[in-house]
Every structure is written in C-alpha cells, then in structure tokens.
Write a protein that binds this ligand. Structure first.
Ligand SMILES: [Zn+2]
Length: 190
C-alpha cells in the first residue's frame, strides 16, 4: 500500500468517524407551542409503551429544553399529549430528570417564587407553590422512580405537571394580569 493510499484510508476513516458522531449527536429540536395556543389546554394521557421511540422522544425533549434554554419541559408543550416531563435545574445542565407518568404529593407551606415558561416567552410572574413535593414516576425504561424534591426542583416539577393537565402558570394570576399578558403576547405575534 502506498503512503498516499494509507493517508487516504486514514482520512476516510476519520471522516466517517466524524459523520458517525454527528449522526449520533444530531439534535432534534421540537417546536414549542406558545400561549394562547388551545393545544396547550389538552389533558395528557398516560404512557403505556416503553420503547426506543419513547427514549428518543425524551432525549429530543431534553435537547429542546437545553437549547431554548429552559429548566423544564412537558410533552404537552411540544404538542405530544402524553404524561412525560423533563427537568434540569442544575447550573451545569448535568442533572436531568426524565419523568414518565409522574404523580405528585405536595407538602409543606406555600412559597412564592418568580416563574417563567417556554410557552409564555419573556413573561415572569410570582406564583405560589408548595415547598416540597414527593414524586412517584417511571423512567424511560419503565422502572419505578420515587424521590422528594424541594427548592427550585420542587417548583419546576409542579409547574411541568400542571402542563400535563392543560394548565399554565398564568392561570394562577389575577384576570387583570392574565389579560395584560395575553395582550402582550398577541401584539408580539403580529
Ligand atoms: Zn411551562
């Protein structure tokens, strides 16, 4: 084999490795619905099939959330009406939670905190949530998950689970404030 053949083979191998990497890491960003889209009001149904399609979809949800950027996303927001949420409140984006069929038990007192939503862009308002939440859910492989969350993670999980019921954080605000927000969003679309 000539040097040229050798180099050309190495080059081809390197190129196909790069292409393979790009294929494996190809990001699929899902389209996020914006308030007041009526599809955001759909109540999600339970996930019954745990297959590679679910794993891929959950991965796409995480990538869409990180790219937005956001700290939580519910399947409802990308027009898939199944009980799936993803959250990651870590600064380094390295603590993702993918929760399938989540059920919440809220505890503690109610606390106020500023919330935003990828479906209600650039609007931040103070909302009351419970301090602690006990979560039972399933992983993408169907295995049971149970944990208790507090702080930002607790708030974020409560916010995302509301989406699965067709509920938005602006629903907690006064009708006057809600009206102002709808007007602002409609003007922005125009
Ligand atoms: Zn939201």
């Amino acid at each position: 084999m000539s040097v040229r053949d050798f180099l050309s083979k190495r080059y081809t191998a390197a190129l196909s490795a790069i292409l393979r990497f790009k294929r494996q890491h190809k990001m699929t960003l899902l389209k996020i619905l914006h308030h007041p889209d009526p599809r955001l009001r759909t109540k999600a149904t339970p996930v019954e099939t745990f297959d590679s399609g679910l794993t891929a979809f959950a991965q796409n949800m995480l990538e869409t959330m990180y790219a937005a950027p956001g700290i939580g996303l519910a399947a409802t927001q990308v027009n898939v009406h199944k009980r799936i949420i993803v959250v990651d409140v870590s600064e380094a984006n390295d603590q993702p939670h993918t929760l399938i069929n989540p059920v919440l038990e809220t505890h503690g007192k109610k606390i106020k905190s500023e919330e935003g939503c990828l479906s209600v862009p650039e609007i931040y308002e103070s909302v009351e949530r419970f301090e602690y939440v006990n979560v039972t859910a399933q992983g993408v492989d169907g295995r049971p998950i149970e944990f208790t969350a507090d702080g930002m993670l607790s708030i974020c999980i409560q916010h995302e689970c509301d989406h699965l019921e067709g509920k938005l954080f602006v629903d907690y605000l006064s009708s006057l404030k809600r009206g102002r927000i709808s007007k602002k969003l409609r003007e922005r679309v125009r």
